[in-house]
Design a protein around this ligand. Sequence first.
Ligand code: RP5
Length: 164
Amino acid sequence: MLTQPQIAIVMGSQSDWPTMRLAAETLEALEVEYEARIVSAHRTPERLFEFASNARAEGFKVIIAGAGGAAHLPGMIAAMTPLPVFGVPVRSKSLNGQDSLLSIVQMPGGIPVGTLAIGEPGAINAALIAAAVLALFDDDLADRLDRYRARQTAAVPLFPADTE
Ligand code: RP5
């Protein structure tokens, strides 16, 4: 039986998917269901309103929102939902994602967006922090997160090797 995903991954454009796919893959590794959607704050503002204002009623618990450039998507979503929103600044062509980072991280006090690093590390960590929120109320998921970290630890060699 399919269950309602508790995590939504939204992004401003199809061009964000190569980055945001890392969030999706990380959730898959943790066996956490998600739904990925394209929601553009400036190209599809009605879709944005529809998504953000109904996200809680739809059953989502956490939202991961990635966008680049003048990246108002995470902040606009946060303005319309009480759910925790984690923002991923997607690397932009002109300013290398610094524009994305600053426009997501500099929210005025009162409407929070938890902002991750620029690009792929941010997408991975957004998935991990979203899963950590759900794990507060899900012991099986907490165990899977522990095992994810243990695998990461075990993969670090003690001594460096020459690689070509
Ligand atoms: C933002 O503009 C998107 O999040 C994307 O990062 C950026 C460029 O979008 P496209 O022009 O590739 O659709 O809205």
